[in-house]
Design a protein around this ligand. Structure first.
Ligand SMILES: Nc1nc2c(ncn2[C@@H]2O[C@H](COP(=O)(O)OP(=O)(O)OP(=O)(O)O)[C@@H](O)[C@H]2O)c(=O)[nH]1
Length: 627
């Protein structure tokens, strides 16, 4: 398990957080940028549509007004001409071509705002009578035809307009508005009304809906009749969409509308009611778009720096946030690394378990215990195969499972006999603790008690045994004797002191003396029952407690055996030494019920043996009571 995979508190520090966060940042910025660009594009296209729509609506209104105006003018003129014609016919023949006719025509114009003049024209175009004297004698070459066209449009077939590019309008200001055929004195005449251009101009100049646009009026076959734009009469027009004229001539309104829906056009077509003309309201599309573009550029100059500023501010904020995350992550990583080092430096085997007991991190001691076996499924089976005491191990595994499942926060320290990876029996103290800040993380600590147990055992042994002979030392012997005095009466105490042992020490050295002491202790031990207590009381002094029931005869027999055993030669380093022992015997409760009394009695009896010549045993005789 590498440190980079180390998980703490359920959170994995796999070094990829910054990478993921970066990806998130890029995605966010991309979304932000796309949204900005999308919004910009949407705004631009909306503005474009609005610009086109606004102009198209203006053109529609202009065309509609012009068409309405022309229709009204035509209606009024038609009524006027009909009235003039009936009056004309009532005039005597002599008056028809004189000043009276002139006056009649002139009078007829009063109160009719749209008509500039009314004239009588022969079929060759010569004006023979007119409300304007200046017109008399003039030739209006096309006037009758135009007038007739207005009344009888179907009589004039449409011209192919494909050839027409720039069309010159020759008689724009004074064009003929309407003409009416008359039959006078067997001849064909025309009553012709011409439009008053001033009226027209005044009318349309008040109409500033068009802005830079223009109004054009075409005959049904596409011949331009007049055009008005930028406050003046135009003598030429660019015919860009001649097809529209033909279309509008056949179908009023909807055709032009369809044309407009298909592609944003800056021309509007209307066929005048009851009048064989087409009104076109047009505007230079390139100029409109140029205006729109310059407005757009101005908006962009304002908007783009704002967007760039916003983007830069966002970037800066995000960068700051990232550096904060990165430094926090580095700190956390360092913390985790320190914790891992701390765990690794512990003398105990420590393993951090994740969800379901998955080992997330084990220190070197743990790895030594497992023998580098990391399969988390085998955690429980690992303990089972290493169990020194199966039932105890199973009971502990049940506790471990409860902690891992979350039903317990910890399991109290417990000692378990387990075999280590080398198969050596050892004793461990196991502690399991769930981390308080994590629902999934459990720490298992395995403290090796084997050495301390052995040490404690040795200490216990040393505190109760004589180091040289292995017999109980005086303190332990006293304790055991005291216990026996309470529970195991009657008993006997034998005090054994080697004779002239000092001589051996002095002559052979302490090492030889030690060997003899060891062998003497062993002989004493072997001369009594295992239930008897043998201790070393001092340098060459030994004590034996013969457990109950120890009758006097038994004590003397044992003492005799001891004398015999100890007087047998001792072999040390190939040399033979002969010693003996003096023994004192005391009985409890006869010679005392407490330890001190009894030992003192045996000791006294031993001195009696010494005094009697050594190598013998003497039973304690209490001194005679004073008389
Ligand atoms: N080698 C050895 N000698 C010891 C040890 N402990 C005590 N001694 C010696 O044992 C001797 C005991 O001598 P004593 O009991 O005073 O006298 P003794 O020579 O035995 O003579 P008696 O007791 O009167 O027969 C001393 O010389 C001690 O130094 C020990 O652990 N090892």
């Amino acid at each position: 398990m590498s440190e980079s995979e180390f998980s703490w508190g359920g959170r994995a520090f796999d070094g990829d957080i910054t990478g993921r966060a970066n990806r998130m940042l890029y995605i966010l910025l991309a979304i932000f940028a796309c949204s900005g660009i999308g919004l910009l594009a949407w705004g631009i296209s909306r503005d474009y549509r609005q610009t086109i729509d606004t102009h198209a609506r203006q053109l529609d209104v202009g065309a509609m007004v012009a068409e309405d105006y022309l229709s009204q003018a035509l209606e009024q003129t038609r009524l006027l001409l009909m009235d003039r014609a009936s009056q004309w016919e009532q005039l005597p023949a002599s008056a028809r071509l004189g000043g009276q006719a002139q006056a009649l025509l002139k009078a007829g114009l009063q109160g009719v705002p749209n008509v500039r003049s009314v004239s009588l024209v022969r079929t060759d175009g010569r004006v023979v009578a007119s409300s304007e004297p200046a017109n008399l004698g003039l030739l209006l070459p096309e006037a009758p035809q135009r007038g007739a066209l207005m009344w009888l449009s179907q009589a004039y077939p449409g011209r192919d307009l494909a050839e027409a590019g720039k069309v010159v309008i020759s008689d724009a200001p004074g064009f003929v508005l309407a003409a009416m055929p008359l039959e006078l004195e067997g001849e064909q005449w025309w009553a012709v009304a011409t439009l008053s251009p001033e009226t027209f101009r005044n009318y349309f100049s008040r109409l500033d809906l068009l802005g830079e646009g223009r109004l054009e009026v075409y005959r049904y076959d596409g011949v331009p009749l007049f055009a008005y734009g930028s406050g003046q009469w135009l003598t030429t027009v660019e015919r860009q969409d001649r097809f529209g004229v033909q279309l509008a001539a056949r179908e009023i309104g909807p055709a032009a509308e369809r044309l407009r829906l298909g592609e944003p056009v800056l021309e509007s077509y209307r066929a005048a009611r009851r009048m064989p003309v087409v009104v076109v309201a047009a505007e230079n599309r390139a100029r409109v778009l140029a205006d729109w573009r310059s407005n757009l550029q101005m908006s962009l100059w304002v908007f783009l720096p704002l967007l760039a500023g916003l983007l830069a501010a966002t970037l800066m904020m995000v960068r700051q946030r990232f550096s904060a995350i990165r430094s926090m992550e580095a700190r956390t990583q360092a913390e985790v690394s320190r914790l891992a080092q701390l765990i690794d430096s512990l003398p105990d085997a420590v393993v951090v378990l994740g969800r379901g007991g998955f080992p997330l991190h084990g220190n070197p001691e743990w790895r030594r215990f497992t023998g580098e076996q990391h399969d988390h499924d085998s955690l429980l089976s690992l303990y089972r195969t290493r169990a020194g005491d199966r039932p105890v191990t199973e009971s502990w595994l049940a506790k471990l499972s409860r902690v891992l499942q979350g039903s317990q926060t910890h399991a109290p320290p417990e000692e378990l006999s387990l075999f280590d990876a080398d198969g050596q029996p050892r004793v461990y103290q196991l502690t399991v603790q769930r981390l308080t800040d994590s629902a999934d993380t459990v720490v298992l600590v395995q403290h090796d008690l084997t050495d301390s147990h052995a040490h404690a055992h040795k200490l216990r042994y040393l505190s109760s045994h004589d180091e040289l002979t292995g017999l109980y030392n005086r303190a332990c012997f006293n304790e055991l004797l005291a216990q026996s005095l309470e529970h195991a009466l009657p008993l006997a105490v034998l005090f054994v002191d080697l004779d002239h042992f000092k001589d051996i020490n002095d002559a052979q050295g302490h090492q030889t003396g030690d060997q003899i002491l060891i062998k003497a202790a062993r002989r004493i031990q072997q001369s009594v029952r295992p239930t008897d207590i043998v201790g070393r009381y001092g340098g060459d002094e030994f004590v034996v407690v013969l457990s109950a029931p120890a009758l006097p005869a038994l004590a003397e027999r044992v003492a005799g055996r001891l004398n015999q055993q100890l007087s047998m030669p001792f072999e040390v380093d190939g040399r033979s030494f002969q010693i003996s022992a003096s023994i004192g015997i005391a009985h409890a409760p006869a010679h005392g019920r407490i330890l001190q009394d009894l030992v003192a009695a045996a000791d006294a009896a031993m001195y009696v043996s010494k005094a009697a010549g050594r190598n013998r045993a003497t039973c304690y005789s209490p001194p005679p009571l004073p008389v």
